[in-house]
Write a protein that binds this ligand. Structure first.
Ligand SMILES: Nc1nc2c(c(=O)[nH]1)N[C@H]1C(S)=C(S)[C@@H](COP(=O)(O)OP(=O)(O)OC[C@H]3O[C@@H](n4cnc5c(=O)[nH]c(N)nc54)[C@H](O)[C@@H]3O)O[C@H]1N2
Ligand SMILES: Nc1nc2c(c(=O)[nH]1)N[C@H]1C(S)=C(S)[C@@H](COP(=O)(O)OP(=O)(O)OC[C@H]3O[C@@H](n4cnc5c(=O)[nH]c(N)nc54)[C@H](O)[C@@H]3O)O[C@H]1N2
Ligand code: SF4
Ligand SMILES: [Mo]
Length: 705
């Protein structure tokens, strides 16, 4: 068929073009076909791409409306410089010159480490890689971290400790359909990763049992065969009890443990007293339900445990994730397709973002910045002396803590809005305000931009090419569909130009993002997350490739852990774990547990989705959700205003009453700034192993206004 007729058959008109790319937002990276009106430089239609295996044509309301960001009137279209309290549009040339001068002032006065970078899981792999290289090579600063510290760091620490490698899922997502028992822990997939709910429904139709561990009643718990209404912060006790009960019921796979694990006898010894009754006392979940879950896990195989942020964003998050992973190991399921353990990655590039060197302790390829061999491998590609590479820097929350304000005097924030999303955000905003120099790269003027001296306009998802690594560990290629508005440009370009301005442009000579990918892929060669055998053409041909993919002939690795784990001995190293309390437990003054999370319509700090009118209309403002029993006890009715307070402060919110929420739990979504910013009430106690703040529980009080 001639091309034009083919186009007509597909229902597009002359002057239109179809571009297959991936969604702007979450880690599912649903594949979307965009129809572009070439003359208007506008996306006019969005359809899910049916032949893409992860999303199979599905998408959610955020993906379906993501293109409305592209020509949104609020887009940043030129660099903005704050002069006497007002933002003035300036040229790129001026902006780069100004930034270079201010960065040099900060570093001359306070040392190289005083200039920090703060990156994001929203950035593509190429930009993440360049930002890490920029911090170490152009700035020579140890201080770079990113928002994934708030997201995936606990599960990453757990998998690295136990398995020696950290990929969210060890098999393709579609395999979930063949699981026979699925346990979701603190993961609201029906609202946060909606297409996965379709896989869960299909699994259930084929007879799988679904258990959801969640203090609220939401769209995900509505799908469950069994809803374990555990108190916030109590999942660790449940996991320890599940291991105890699996053993007590005779469900251990001892042959697997013997062949593939170390430390398992000690790990079992550590839970000898953690029976279901013990856990009932700590979690509020009936012992019989815990036993039932343990029974399904070992009798209905393949069985799968998936954790989300509800389990992980705690000071004991790493241990909680480890404890669930160890249940899956005790069942002999890690490495079995459709079984084992997984963590549900959050941001679009939440996986690649945690591998490619924007983390304080890390170099590309999931390498360790404190390991001499890793430093040597990366230095070789970068053409620098390993001695020149800085060491490990401060983690995300530490960059925003008042106690470190003397150390950190300047910051470049790229693709994040910590003024809203950092824990104890009031203090974080004060720290950012007090910096000598703050520069923010964004699509839209955020709450963090309000604190900046210089704001730089970035290109959005369908305006630039680049790769993202999705929830499965599959690297996908995003294609550009339209031109950016005004002077907005891809972040990778800005990084190269800034390096040039700082006099180190020779290390950043790239003509295209594909060229960046080439160097980046080489740099990962031999690392744990090895992309060396990937190229844009190969990614496109294969609908993405799973890492590791070490050479050009390699087909990628959809199934990880099939016969060995990431540690040098190939074994999983089980840990002996013990129960402990949260950083703040309820008391007479603050008798409730406040937890936070998401709603379907908004994305993270809301800086993107709060501008899309259908989304804003459906979820206009923050609210506090509580059980009917608690509402009646406090004399609160649906829709009235109530005062929510913690040791950090208080806010007034609309009340939402739900049936079936755990009675001591209060929930507020995280998507709003200003007077609706729940992080003004959260605490910055950190998990020792991952430096994750305790977003998911603190002591709170609620009263009528
Ligand atoms: N609509 C939407 N989708 C998103 C995002 C978004 O902002 N909006 N963000 C993306 C990102 S970056 C991420 S990280 C993922 C997050 O995806 P999820 O982890 O599913 O998101 P949350 O809503 O933070 O938390 C999940 C659930 O944990 C429950 N919970 C709270 N405390 C506890 C606890 O102590 N134990 C247990 N078991 N459960 C608890 C909450 O009530 C909530 O329903 O979503 C991604 N997808
Ligand atoms: N209380 C509470 N707080 C939380 C959480 C919680 O559950 N509860 N969850 C935490 C989690 S899991 C996460 S992931 C963090 C995330 O929190 P943030 O890092 O603040 O995430 P976003 O709101 O997505 O911010 C991304 C910003 O980058 C911009 N942007 C998008 N794409 C690009 C790009 O390509 N280039 C540039 N330069 N800018 C871009 C967007 O407009 C937006 O302003 O929040 C954490 N904070
Ligand atoms: S599920 Fe995630 S990737 Fe898919 S359309 Fe929604 S926000 Fe986009
Ligand atoms: Mo996240």
């Amino acid at each position: 068929m001639p091309l034009l007729m083919q186009a007509a058959a597909l229902g597009w008109k002359e002057g239109e073009r179809k571009v297959s790319t991936h969604c702007s937002y979450c880690a599912l990276q649903c594949s979307l076909n965009l129809t572009v009106d070439l003359k208007a430089n506008q996306v006019v239609k969005v359809r899910g791409r049916r032949d893409f295996p992860t999303s199979r044509g599905l998408s959610c309301i955020k993906g379906q409306t993501a293109h409305l960001q592209l020509d949104h009137p609020d887009r940043l279209t030129s660099p903005l410089l704050r002069v006497n309290g007002r933002y003035k549009p300036i040229s790129w040339e001026h902006a780069l010159r100004h930034a270079a001068r201010r960065i040099q002032e900060v570093q001359t006065r306070h040392g190289r480490d005083a200039m920090a970078c703060y990156g994001s899981g929203a950035l593509g792999n190429e930009t993440v890689y360049l930002l890490g290289k920029f911090a170490r090579v152009a700035l020579g600063s140890a201080n770079i971290d990113y928002n994934g510290r708030y997201c995936m760091s606990s599960a990453a620490a757990a998998q690295n400790t136990v398995l020696g490698v950290d990929r969210g899922l060890h098999f393709p997502l579609a395999d979930i359909e063949k699981s026979k028992c699925i346990v979701l822990v603190g993961a609201n997939v029906a609202e946060c990763l909606p297409p996965i709910a379709a896989f869960l429904r299909r699994a259930r139709r084929k007879g799988a049992k679904l258990v959801v561990i969640e203090p609220r009643a939401n769209e995900t718990t509505a799908l469950a065969d069994l809803h374990l209404k555990a108190r916030p912060g109590s999942d660790l006790a449940l996991a320890l009890a599940l291991l105890h009960e699996v053993k007590a019921q005779g469900g251990l796979d001892e042959a697997y443990l013997e062949a593939r694990c170390t430390g398992w006898k000690e790990a079992l010894h550590a839970v000898r007293n953690c029976d279901a009754e013990w856990a009932e006392g700590l979690t509020g979940v009936p012992a019989a339900d815990i036993r039932q879950t343990a029974g399904w896990l070992w009798t209905a195989k393949p069985s799968l445990i998936l954790t989300g942020r509800g389990a992980e964003q705690h000071t004991k998050g790493p241990e909680t994730a480890m404890a669930f992973l160890q249940v899956a190991l005790a069942l002999g399921q890690v490495g079995v397709p459709s079984g084992g353990y997984g963590t549900l990655t959050g941001q679009g590039n939440g996986q690649g973002g945690r591998e490619q060197g924007q983390k304080a302790d890390q170099l590309p390829g999931y390498r360790n910045i404190e390991n001499a061999l890793d430093r040597a491998a990366v230095s070789r590609v970068w053409g620098v002396d390993p001695i020149q590479l800085p060491g490990k820097g401060l983690s995300a929350q530490e960059l925003f803590q008042a106690k470190n304000a003397a150390k950190i005097r300047g910051m470049w924030v790229m693709a994040s809005n910590p003024a809203v999303s950092a824990a104890k955000s009031g203090e974080a905003r004060e720290t950012l305000k007090g910096l000598d120099f703050l520069m923010v790269s964004d699509l839209f003027f955020s709450e963090t931009c309000e604190l900046a001296e210089l704001v730089l306009p970035a290109a959005a998802y369908a305006e630039e090419e680049g790769t993202m690594t999705n929830i499965e560990g599959r690297v996908v290629l995003r294609r550009a569909a339209v031109k950016s508005p005004g002077q907005a440009q891809p972040d990778w370009k800005t990084l190269c130009q800034m390096a040039e301005e700082l006099g180190v442009g020779r290390h950043f000579k790239f003509q295209s993002v594909e060229e960046v990918f080439g160097e980046f892929a080489r740099c990962t060669s031999g690392g744990r997350a090895d992309y060396a055998g990937m190229s844009y053409a190969k990614l496109e041909r294969n609908k993405g490739l799973f890492w590791p993919c070490p050479d050009a002939a390699h087909p990628g690795t959809p199934y990880l852990h099939a016969d060995r784990f990431g540690h040098a001995d190939g074994k999983a190293h089980l840990q002996s774990l013990a129960w402990r309390l949260s950083a703040e437990e309820p008391d007479s003054q603050y008798p409730f547990r406040l937890t936070t999370g998401r709603v379907l319509q908004h994305y993270l700090s809301g800086n993107q989705t709060r501008r899309i009118s259908v989304l804003k209309k459906a979820a206009p403002s923050a609210f506090v959700e509580l059980s009917r029993v608690t509402a009646e006890r406090l004399g609160l009715k649906e829709g009235v205003k109530a005062r929510l307070s913690t040791r950090r402060g208080e806010m007034t919110l609309k009340v939402k009453v739900t049936e079936g929420q755990e009675d001591g739990t209060l929930f507020v979504p995280m998507h709003y700034g200003g007077s609706g910013c729940v992080n003004d009430l959260t605490q910055d106690a950190l998990a020792p192993l991952s430096k994750m703040p305790e977003f998911k529980t603190c002591a709170a009080n609620l009263s009528a206004v």
